[in-house]
Design a protein around this ligand. Sequence first.
Ligand code: ASP
Length: 359
Amino acid sequence: MSLSRRKLLGTAAVAAAAAKAARAAPAVSRPVAVSSANGMRAVERAVRGMNAGEDPLDAAIAGVNIVEDDPADMTVGYGGVPNEEGVVQLDACVMHGPTARAGAVASLEGVKNPSKVARLVMQTTDHILLVGPGARHFATMNGFPVENLLTEKARKVWLFWKQNLSDNDKWLEPDPAHYDPDVKAFIDEFGWDDLRRPKSGGTIHLSALNARGDLAGCTTTSGLFFKMPGRVGDSPIIGAGCFTDNDVGSAGSTGRGEANILVSGGHLTVEFMRQGKHPRDACLMTLERIARTTKERRLLNAQGRPNFSIAFYAVNKQGQYGGATMYSHGSTGKRRQFAVADASGARKEDTVYLFEGRV
Ligand code: ASP
């Protein structure tokens, strides 16, 4: 598909989303928290915290901690899928609207709540981003225990990936009739149709707005599955995985971090909101920018569209919110959604999207 055709499609999608929103015109309420679809309990916790007077960033972090601690979520924190060497390396960042400060850690090993470490980088240092052994040393100095973050399920999935990686090594491919149940469950969850090129999917971003109109954002992840050791994605990059401006709004992302970093998507989404765009449309416009700037053939499908999934989530100072995805459906055929909580409780809503269909 030509670039102009792709652009047209995106513009139509933005206009259609705006028209639909104008018809629906939901009442806005504060506090509100918006996150990726895996954050139902997180947005609920964040809003509960803000209702009790918690700072929006503390509420956001308490929310995402639930997901970091949960071994069943294999894309964040404890139980995350490891890198190509079987080591879990975590990335996270936080941004606090009222003070315009931020903190982040990347390639952090052995500490299951990187979002809490990122907050301490923000609060207690002159720096914004600590990585690798430096981040770990900082965490242990602050009393964080060092734990084994690789669960049995994640280890089995990693070994299975290694066994299927190549015909030219000494590993034999497991017999499909006898796959381990944990591995089978993982394949079903993530739509792993090509065993050598598993799709990644996960991370949690959460943006929060309290009743006074103060904003915060937080993103935390174990990163792309089987990434190279030391690879840092968008999640800990302020301006990419997360960006918060207390005068405007907060936004963040999940999905292919490399694509987000190239457009500084978190910052771009906030800038679109600054221009008056609804958060949902701002997210969609950032995806449009990513589609337009994705030029490498290996990253495009037969229609010339990005062949990866990526999503943005945003809330503005008024309490309007939105979530947008590159495709309407995930690789398993599930409709893409995001999580939100406000005075009406916590729920999932369908994302708006640039392209109809599965990634
Ligand atoms: N954005 C994350 C990263 O690139 C991965 C994901 O959300 O799936 O590390």
